[in-house]
Design a binder for this molecule. Structure first.
Ligand SMILES: Cc1cc2nc3c(=O)[nH]c(=O)nc-3n(C[C@H](O)[C@H](O)[C@H](O)COP(=O)(O)O)c2cc1C
Ligand code: SF4
Length: 433
């Protein structure tokens, strides 16, 4: 039996104790252009080189999953010859994350301001907002309507909406879709910064990254660095899910999950582990409670923050069943373009489902272990890396749970309480704008 562990977004948006909110400044209210301007937005940018230096000094890193330094990407597109394009990536294919849709629905001007700044730095007037959420599209179009005739904005923005899918937000899928093709990843090279939309060098940044670029313009690099850590400055949006529901939280880098959970009223000692970065970074045991929320600390621990989605595995939730559900998702949602990914994800899902049902043997586990390293780095996009992360992290972090399943005695799985599909997917209804 599969009992539903679905999660619905709590209407409250939460700002971590003791910090000035940067993004979640006004609950769920819509911020129009004049309110955004009154908060310091759309200030003229008179020196692109100085601003690019500020971006570098701020240490701003991308919020789309890979934490790539924003200044490096801006500089590569700026130095490319000829015209270029900038893309705000708000597709948010990760089912456990709602932060990008929230931003586009509630603070579209913060994203558009970041897009304008990025465009000015790379030297273009051509921009695309790429998304899949209809309420987000309505709000972005409303925001653009408010800017119509405003010479100080001056950017040509096209909104491109696609059907949501796990891979549609990957940057080459975004480029291919904007160019009129299917929203599926393509082989690299070329990468979008070399050849992207209409064959031009293209800057693809996540919408939360662009929101931070606009905040950095207002705060300056020192002000920006006032919260966070040296390597992960600022705050980030965390979609925090339990079996009971999900919340959107603005959290400073550098605090720990133990602190975040205690602050949000969840007993850290009742936690069995986490599913990190949405599905991408795999599972981790309670040792994550005391890691500093910092991109590099998480990477050194063999996991990742990804897009900032954190799922709490409570005492009743089995890490094997969770990993099996996520791998089944990868097996169904991969783009079926690359043999290694198409076959590898379903082969790993078969072993994990069989382990969950206490039907796997040691030979199958050995194969899973081998695949979890051998398949890494294959396929056109990073999906197979996410899938191998899930398998490898389960074997590394939860050997006791694996052992219990080999013996056929997992009390959690005996209840039949497995995650629904997509596992821990957060629903964000259209009327929850
Ligand atoms: C399978 C896959 C799915 C992705 N989905 C998204 C997505 O939904 N949204 C997003 O912003 N980035 C997504 N990314 C990352 C993008 O490829 C790209 O790195 C990102 O948009 C760059 O923005 P950033 O540098 O501001 O983080 C995905 C990557 C992979 C491998
Ligand atoms: S790696 Fe997987 S998800 Fe990515 S393009 Fe290939 S088949 Fe599709």
């Amino acid at each position: 039996m599969t009992l539903s562990i679905g999660t619905r977004l709590n209407r409250n948006v939460l700002v971590y104790k003791g910090i000035q909110p940067r993004i979640l400044v006004d609950g769920n209210n819509y911020e129009d252009a004049s309110l955004y301007r009154s908060r310091g937005g759309y200030r003229e940018l008179d020196d692109e080189v100085a601003f690019l230096n500020d971006v570098s000094a701020s240490g701003l890193r991308g919020r789309g999953g890979a934490a790539f330094p924003v200044a490096v990407k801006l500089a590569s597109v700026r130095t490319a010859a000829g015209d270029s394009v900038v893309v705000a990536n708000g597709e948010e294919g990760e089912p456990t994350s709602v932060k990008d849709r929230w931003l586009l629905r509630h603070r579209p001007h913060l994203v558009l301001d970041g897009l304008r700044l990025a465009a000015q730095v790379v030297g273009t007037m051509t921009a695309v907002v790429y998304l899949s959420d209809s309420p987000a599209r309505d709000r972005v179009e409303k925001a653009l309507e408010e800017l119509r005739g405003d010479a100080s904005f001056g950017l040509q923005v096209t909104v491109v909406q696609v059907e949501p899918s796990y891979v549609a937000g990957e940057e080459t899928a975004a480029v291919q879709a904007i160019n009129g093709g299917p929203a599926l990843p393509t082989d690299k090279p070329p990468r979008p910064f070399e050849e992207g939309v209409a064959g031009l060098p293209t800057l693809v940044n996540n919408v939360e990254t662009l929101a931070n670029l606009a905040l950095l313009h207002q705060l300056g690099p020192e002000g920006y660095r006032r919260v966070g850590t040296d390597n992960s400055p600022g705050t980030f949006l965390m979609t925090l899910s339990t079996a009971a529901g999900a919340s959107l939280c603005e959290v400073p880098f550098g605090v720990t999950l133990r602190e975040v959970l205690s602050w949000s009223g969840i007993d850290p000692d009742g936690v069995r582990g986490f599913l990190m970065g949405g599905y991408f970074a795999g599972v981790i045991g309670p040792r994550a409670l005391d890691l500093s929320l910092d991109y590099d600390v998480y990477a050194s621990a063999g996991t990742g923050l990804g897009c900032g989605a954190v799922i709490i595995l409570d005492e009743e939730t089995c890490a094997v069943a969770t990993s099996a559900a996520v791998m089944t998702y990868f097996g169904r949602e991969n783009a079926a373009q690359c043999g290694s990914c198409f076959n590898g994800t379903s082969a790993m899902a078969n072993v994990l489902e069989s382990l969950r049902d206490s039907a796997a043997d040691l030979a199958e586990l050995d194969r899973l272990k081998r695949w979890s390293t051998f398949l890494r780095g294959r396929g056109a996009c990073g999906t197979l890396d996410g899938a191998t992360n899930v398998a490898a992290s389960l074997l590394r972090e939860f050997p006791d749970s694996v052992e219990v399943h080999l013996r056929g005695a997992c009390p959690s799985c005996e209840t039949g309480k497995f995650p629904s599909y997509p596992p821990y997917g957060v629903s964000y209804a259209a009327d929850d704008v």
